[in-house]
Design a protein around this ligand. Structure first.
Ligand SMILES: NC(=O)c1ccc[n+]([C@@H]2O[C@H](COP(=O)([O-])OP(=O)(O)OC[C@H]3O[C@@H](n4cnc5c(N)ncnc54)[C@H](O)[C@@H]3O)[C@@H](O)[C@H]2O)c1
Length: 217
């Protein structure tokens, strides 16, 4: 199948691209940075997903994975509005089989930076809207909403022992996910899955179920 993935130069997007290539699919990546995936079945376009007019012509996309994202840098423009441009251009068409939007646990909880969590909340609602519109093609559309994942995006806290200890206190499973683990989820939701659609799948090591029960002794 032909799989279009945004944000493939590092982190989760790169791991997803590498998994699909390993499984024998053709992968097209769009990233504002140089490509870093080395494979004969991989094509890279350098483009900022906000540049709606400059998005390359790519036909016959079977699977679209919207992964490009940022924190504290025009989050609504990049994480939400550009994701909408990309989906309307390549995803909402009769040949589509599956669309996956990489959201975030913060869209469920409202935690993290204000514009970031608002952008991801928008992704959750837009996912349901698209799921309804592509159902007539037999296609699914879901969001994969991770908690902490070990990628360069999180270097500021992963490399700070004090903050890292605090974060582990908040995470019942006492670790963060790897990008490869997220790639497995992405593959399952877009290739194996044929019947779950319009859902916001939270994969966060229990971070969002962490609570303090207050009661009289
Ligand atoms: N890492 C986490 O803990 C975590 C948790 C929840 C959700 N997410 C989401 O997962 C996705 C990937 O995150 P990551 O941790 O791999 O981040 P990352 O910063 O390691 O990689 C993001 C990639 O997207 C590209 N990108 C960013 N803005 C772009 C733009 N405007 N146009 C084109 N390319 C652009 C970057 O160049 C980079 O290659 C994001 O949507 C992020 O919000 C990450």
């Amino acid at each position: 199948m032909k799989v279009l993935i945004t944000g493939t130069s590092q982190g989760i997007g790169k791991a997803i691209a590498e998994l699909f290539l390993e499984k024998g699919h053709a992968v097209v990546g769009i990233d504002r940075q140089q490509g870093s995936v080395e494979h004969s079945a991989y094509t890279h376009y350098i483009c900022d997903v906000r540049d709606r007019e400059k998005l390359p012509q790519i036909d016959d996309v079977d699977i679209l994975i919207n992964n490009a994202g940022t924190q504290n840098e025009d989050d609504i423009d990049i994480n939400l509005k550009a994701l909408i441009y990309v989906t309307e251009k390549y995803g909402v068409q009769p040949g589509i089989k599956s669309i996956l939007n990489i959201g975030s646990a913060s869209g469920h909880t409202g935690a993290e930076f204000p514009e970031y969590c608002a952008s991801k909340g928008g992704v959750m609602a837009y996912t349901k809207n698209v799921a309804m519109r592509v159902a007539k093609y037999g296609a699914t559309c879901n969001s994969l909403d991770p908690g902490g994942v070990l990628t360069p995006l999180n270097d500021p806290v992963v490399n700070d022992p004090e903050l890292w200890a605090e974060i582990m206190e908040e995470t019942p499973l006492k670790r963060w996910a790897t990008a490869e683990e997220m790639a497995d989820w992405a593959y399952f939701l877009t290739v194996t899955n044929k019947f779950c659609t319009g859902q916001n799948i939270l994969v966060d090591g229990g971070e969002s179920i962490n609570y303090n029960f207050v009661w009289k002794d």
